[in-house]
Design a protein. Structure first.
Length: 295
């Protein structure tokens, strides 16, 4: 399990430092960064599956339902990636971190709505507190924190689809990127023909960063998949806050984004919600694993 925890922590730390990587690409339009991320992720994943001789098993597993599930998942992933990259390069790293803080609570709510899952009584409290936090930020600033909500709901819906998806993480991501590869590649070609393409028309380092965006995407996902196989869900549930915490700290301390008292109050509701949610989940799982003896 120690190896699994190390793999999971590595994945979350890498995700936490994503803002630094995408800040290096600030001169490239967000849509082009996202398209390159899809294209190079697909290329590297296809090579990886080819090396492991998993291409034919993947093809044999395809049917209409599987393709539709992974097409929808791929579209949600593209929306999430585009929003995140745009937010980072618009100086909204703190707001993007909020999206991943509230994502677990959004996922729980989606499970109740779509999968008929039932919340335990104490789980309703953090969901309500998170809603209060978002409402407070909306009223205080006069607009919805839409970046956070798009990130939370796109990734929450993505996770919902993955619950009913039949493939493992490697093959699943390969299929997702394969299905959205054609329009992304076509867009890059169109941008090139219009003279708006960045790739090979900029600094060598920027070209390299665009290519490596595929590896940067794949590596933490593979590390996460390796960790999730052996680490209990209770521990994974706590580790998942590493990434948004690092992103939040980068936004405030490195990029000096504003974090006012009003922001602190809104975030405070959400952090309190996460604390209660994590503690309740931990205690529930402890009772499940170690039930009290019946006298």
């Amino acid at each position: 399990m120690k190896k699994g925890i190390l793999l999971a922590i590595s994945a979350y730390v890498l995700w936490g430092f994503f803002p630094i990587y995408f800040k290096w690409l600030h001169g490239v339009p967000a849509l082009q960064i996202m398209a390159h991320r899809v294209v190079w992720s697909f290329i590297f994943l296809a090579a990886y599956l080819l090396f492991r001789r998993e291409i034919n098993p993947l093809i044999r597993s395809l049917n209409r339902r599987t393709v539709l599930i992974y097409l929808a998942a791929g579209i949600l992933l593209a929306i999430n990636w585009l929003t995140y990259v745009w937010a980072v390069n618009q100086g909204r790293v703190v707001e993007s971190s909020l999206g991943y803080f509230i994502n677990p609570l959004v996922s729980v709510s989606l499970g109740v709505i779509f999968l008929r899952e039932r919340l335990r009584p104490l789980q309703w409290l953090p969901v309500g507190l998170a809603a209060v936090g978002v409402a407070y930020l909306t009223i205080r600033y006069g607009q919805l924190p839409w970046v956070a909500l798009v990130l939370a709901f796109s990734f929450g819906l993505y996770g919902l689809l993955k619950k009913i998806a039949p493939l493992g993480p490697r093959r699943g991501l390969a299929l997702e990127t394969a299905l959205i590869f054609p329009p992304m590649f076509a867009y890059l070609l169109f941008a090139e023909l219009r003279g708006e393409g960045t790739f090979l028309h900029t600094l060598p380092m920027t070209n390299l960063l665009l290519v490596l965006s595929g590896l940067v995407t794949i590596i933490p996902l593979l590390l996460f998949a390796g960790g999730a196989q052996s680490v209990p869900l209770t521990i994974m549930g706590l580790l998942q806050y590493i990434a948004p915490t690092l992103q939040f700290l980068l936004g405030v301390l490195l990029y000096h984004e504003p974090f006012t008292l009003s922001s602190a109050i809104g975030f405070g509701f959400i952090w309190l919600a996460l604390l209660i949610f994590s503690l309740e989940s931990y205690l529930h799982n402890q009772r499940t694993l170690h039930p009290q003896p019946v006298p």
